[in-house]
Design a protein around this ligand. Structure first.
Ligand SMILES: [Zn+2]
Ligand SMILES: [Zn+2]
Length: 330
């Protein structure tokens, strides 16, 4: 039995369509037939060699599929079950971070589609302990972007604290989900896009954002927090200028261009800057609960497996409305 996949042989190379034997799940692992896999900006960073990855690698860490085989000692999942596989593929369980419940900062982590093969494929093997059940109200394709854009966005939103007015810089897959969550929580959302992206701003308003403009604009009211989804370091000082005293700027991406210098006065007033790293399993379970309650609707653009390079290019060019999703059955 063989599987099909799009494999990245090394940084800066296009993905290559491959056929190879289906791997056997080891103890504690699930073999999953992939129904849908979201395309995340992190996949671009892996493709460009901007974050440490193990090459060759099959990218993709927003996987929805069904269990077709289980290794020994698997609990909680059975054949035919629908599962979600996120970015955090494994954590060591014994390092100082794991021991205090901060597994997102694990010293010896494994990341799906980065250090272990991911979901740009017909099949994937995952550690069952890091897989999620997905609420039945979401279709396979609709659920895929929740696995990272939604989940990391949720972690970023929680780090923004109880901010009432929240700015989202970069209105892509993560922002279009988190704007809905924040709205449902009765917060005001301010969406910032690239200059000239009128379609993105209209999309943001259609999802209930109070205001939408370009990232160099000053919103009509000072913000309590800002979340940066765009990987642009220059947005850090920009966002600092529009948050009120005590406000927080949350950098949600795994990689960002350098942050330019800025006057200390812009940080003063107990403003803070923080980053978001990875996810914990608790982020996942709490997010899926709230995603169902809030009735999140994802906007998706499907691509065939063999068109993964096209999907990545569309994401790079800012041409995807909502989230790109690879669907192997297309
Ligand atoms: Zn650890
Ligand atoms: Zn991701």
């Amino acid at each position: 039995m063989t599987m099909l996949a799009m494999q990245l042989d090394g940084p800066g190379r296009p993905l290559r369509f491959i056929e190879r034997p289906i791997p056997e799940p080891k103890p504690g692992e699930l073999l999953i037939e992939v129904a849908a896999c979201g395309v995340c900006r992190t996949d671009l960073h892996v493709a460009d060699g901007e974050i440490p990855a193990h090459y060759p690698i099959i990218p993709g860490h927003e996987i929805v599929g069904r269990v077709v085989k289980t290794g020994s000692n698997v609990e909680g999942f059975a054949l035919g079950d629908r599962v979600g596989v996120p970015w955090l593929g494994h954590s060591c369980g014994v390092c100082p971070y794991c021991r205090i419940g901060r597994e997102n900062l694990c010293d010896e982590p494994e990341f799906t589609g980065c250090t272990r093969d991911g979901g740009y494929a017909t099949h994937v093997v995952a550690d069952a302990h890091y897989c999620f059940q997905i609420p039945a109200s979401f279709s396979d394709v609709a659920a895929a972007p929740l696995l990272c854009a939604g989940l990391i966005g949720w972690r970023a939103l929680r780090l923004a604290g109880d901010a009432q007015r929240i700015g989202l810089y970069g209105f892509g897959a993560a922002a279009h989900i988190i704007a809905q969550v924040a709205n449902w929580q009765e917060r005001e959302v301010y969406a910032f896009t690239k200059a000239g992206d009128a379609a993105g701003q209209a999309f943001a308003r259609s999802l209930g954002c109070t205001w939408a403009g370009t990232s160099d604009e000053t919103p009509p009211r000072p913000l309590d927090a800002a979340i940066l989804f765009a990987p642009v370091g220059a947005l850090v000082p920009t966002a600092l200028k529009v948050v009120a005293k005590g406000g927080r700027v949350v950098c949600a991406g795994i990689h960002m261009s350098d942050i330019p210098t800025f006057p200390y006065a812009d940080l003063w007033g107990e403003r803070t800057i923080c980053s978001v790293a990875n996810l914990t399993r608790e982020d996942g379970t709490s997010f899926f609960e709230i995603a169902e309650c809030a009735g999140i609707e994802t906007t998706t653009q499907p691509f065939r497996l063999e068109d993964a390079n096209v999907a990545l290019a569309a994401l790079r060019d800012g041409k995807v409305k909502g989230a790109a999703v690879i669907v192997p059955s297309l």
